[in-house]
Design a protein around this ligand. Sequence first.
Ligand SMILES: [Fe+2]
Length: 183
Amino acid sequence: MNDISMNTSTVMSGPSGRAMAQPMETSLVEALYQHLTMERNSSAQYFAMSLWFAERELRGFASFFKHESLSEQEHASNFANYLIARGQSVVLQDIAAPNQQWESIESVICHAFQMEADVTSSLHQLYSLAERATDTRSNVFLDPIIESQTKSEDEFAHILGKVRFANEQPPALLIIDNELSTN
Ligand SMILES: [Fe+2]
């Protein structure tokens, strides 16, 4: 050991026992757990939507929502990995049974659009909490996520617009279904 070696006790450990550069405020950690749960609920909900379309021969919509379900699971995983990187333990909360009853294709897409908007609001709340806690690492983590979330809203608004335009006419709905199958 030379004189410039660090005393190992100066490195903080987080709740998980991993090295931690900066402690996190409890309120921010709790909000991140809740957001992670929201992503897992979205994944379950999109899976249910995928099945609803598969039962109605709309395989393009079904495959689009299956893909969305998997990407929400990826988002949840991204939040879990971030918490671990910050020395936190990840608490997985209960997830709700998804809705499986809709009266029309338009009501499924409206539901999906509203879920995306709710996720965006939750991300904005996390962003403000991180700013108030001067937890810049969290703001940097959230920046690209918020940007891609805004793109998701746009994507669902576009699909909703097309479904409304189709006005429940099967030929038009089959064209949209076909477009979604190539995504
Ligand atoms: Fe997501």
